[in-house]
Design a protein around this ligand. Structure first.
Ligand code: I3P
Length: 126
C-alpha cells in the first residue's frame, strides 16, 4: 500500500485499470454493464477515463474529459450481494449514483477502497 500517505491529508492515487459498473443513476436502477476503466483518485473526486492515454490528452482536447464522481458525502462499502464477482466495493454518491468497482487482485482493490474511503473521510472533516 505504498501510495497511501500516512498523514491525515487527502490521498490521491495514480491511474490504474479497474472494472467498473454503474448500477444506479440518481437513485434509479440501471442495467449493469462491467467495463475496464482507467481510474484516477484526485483530492476531491474520482475520475473515470476510458483509457490511460485519455488522461494525458484530457488537458489538450476538450472532448477527452473524464467522468468525475464527487466524493463529498459519498458512501464506500464492500459488497458481496451486488455481484457474483469477488473483491467488489460500492460507491454511492450524495446524488444517488451507485458504482461497483472490482479487481481480481485483492491487494489492488483494497488499496483503492482504503484510499477512496480516506478521501471521503477527509472531505467530511472539512
Ligand atoms: C448481467 C451480466 C453481469 C452480471 C449481472 C447480469 O447480465 O452477466 O456480468 O453481474 O448479474 O444481470 P446482462 O449482460 O444480460 O445484463 P455480475 O458479473 O456482477 O454478477 P446481476 O443481474 O445479478 O447483477
Amino acid at each position: 500500500l505504498g501510495d497511501i500517505s500516512k498523514t491525515d491529508h487527502p490521498t490521491a492515487l495514480k491511474g490504474e485499470y479497474l472494472n467498473k459498473a454503474k448500477i444506479a443513476d440518481g437513485g434509479k436502477k440501471q442495467r449493469k454493464n462491467w467495463t475496464s476503466t482507467w481510474v484516477v483518485l484526485d483530492v476531491t473526486q474520482l475520475l473515470f477515463y476510458k483509457e490511460s492515454k485519455q488522461e494525458a490528452l484530457t488537458n489538450l482536447k476538450p472532448g477527452c474529459k473524464p467522468e468525475g464522481i464527487d466524493l463529498c458525502g459519498a458512501l464506500i462499502e464492500w459488497t458481496t450481494d451486488k455481484s457474483s464477482r469477488k473483491n467488489v466495493f460500492q460507491i454511492t454518491t450524495s446524488s444517488g449514483n451507485e458504482f461497483l468497482l472490482q479487481a481480481d487482485n485483492y491487494t489492488t482493490i483494497c488499496k483503492w477502497h482504503d484510499a477512496i474511503k480516506k478521501t471521503v473521510d477527509s472531505l467530511a472533516r472539512g
